[in-house]
Design a protein around this ligand. Sequence first.
Ligand SMILES: [Zn+2]
Ligand SMILES: [Zn+2]
Length: 537
Amino acid sequence: MDKQAVRQTLDQLAAFLVVKGEKASRVRALQHAARSELLATGRSSALDELREQVPPGLAEMLRIPGLGAAKVRQIHELLGIESLAELEAAAGDGRLAALPRFGAKTAENVRRGIAHLRQASTLRLFHHAQDEVDAVRRALAGLEGAGVLRVEIAGTVRRRCEVIGALDLVAVHEGQGAREALVRRLGEAPGVTEIAGREGSVTLRFASGTVVEVLLTTPERFGLDWIRATGSPAHVAALETRARQMGISLSAAFSDEPSLYRALGLTWVPPELREGTGELEAAATDRLPHLVEPGDLRGFLHCHSNYSDGTVTIADWAAACSAAGYEWVGITDHSKSAAYAGGLGTDDVAQQHLEIDAVNARVSGIRVLKGVEADILADGTLDYGPDVLDRFDFVIGSIHSRFGMSEAEMTRRVLTAMDDPHLAIIGHPTGRLLLQREPYAIDLEQVLAKAAARGIAVEVNADPHRLDLDWRMVRRARELGVTLSIGADAHSTSGMSNVAVGLGIARKGWLEPDQVLNTRAADAFLAFARARLVAAG
Ligand SMILES: [Zn+2]
Ligand SMILES: [Zn+2]
């Protein structure tokens, strides 16, 4: 690690500590300790653990120019804000300006800073990109009198990639003659500050910093152009090769996607699969997977209540999950060694279980299950003894500390945890935070093989900052016969929307309903989770 990288890492460490409310003297001491570790190993365990403790949305806020750690802490404490979107709203509606030492000018600077951040960062998380491009889609679809027939999202957002660079739309207009008028209207659309045209497409730059590529097409060519604007280069190239071999011209009229795939002897390929990784071969022989859908999910898994670092009561989780149509909800608070996240001591566990029993007795239509997200300690043991673990309906085991182990040590740590018959699910299996922290070193091949052999599920953590297991490895897990679970990792009811993002990753990994643990009824889920305990007698 060079000097500048060390400096930046130490600055980040300090910012996280200030956000957490640490005193200046302690910040300096921890920086000092981290410096030698960084020089020796290139990694700081203190920083890795802070990234676990500071909500990812706050880490994003620290990147807003002019908004220091002390102010981020103030915003979080006084307004309860944890995301850029919430902050943007507060900057717009006067709540931010009303904070002590803020004022209208600071609020305006924050608003501009967020715009700048969007503009400056070429890569952003899926959920931010989806919100952005969908807002533009709605604005363009509402252009009246400009002959816009339809506007659709394309590109990596439509393919539900985990990290997004460019934003792409396809706009359908009436005939070639209408194109010029449309381009003029696009340039006048709300918020557009710049428009640059190329053949058949325009680039729109918005005051917010958002840049969107809009492909212009006619109804006759819409199917072909939507496929071109959606697929990865490899997918599109494979289609072109196939068309050439079959002597079919792709410049012919294909007004919808299925008709083009059909002409090439293929079934329609869901957008998530259009990565050029074997989907055409499968589509040619009608062997594409029947991908898991939102309506298949019966259980809501991995959520934190106000017993640990969540903000929601058990009764509120039951009500929210019931209202969302789930049959069961698996509450999974942190275990005792996760002191930073209010992990539950043994007495807390007993109290929580009484409360869950009471809610189950009172509420109908939803079943609350007693789960836990137990830390996998450095030696591979789970941090409650068997007597306490026995009291849970199911156990997720996750790593929240000591990320800097060697690959051999880390792999052994997880494989050891898998020998504990209580372990039902491995949580966020690589510890990555997208655009913030690399995965820890681990031999996933060994972990997945053992998970398949032992009947342990592996999580697709649906927090949009994690999306861990990576979809490429989800596909590998599927091949090996591993059962996967979609874990919301929600700390408030707004985190319930994570499931839709995680579902996109499950679909990208070719998962069908029976490969996803959440599609099972509560009793079948419990049978899976406790199968090894039952076998062990
Ligand atoms: Zn976790
Ligand atoms: Zn969690």
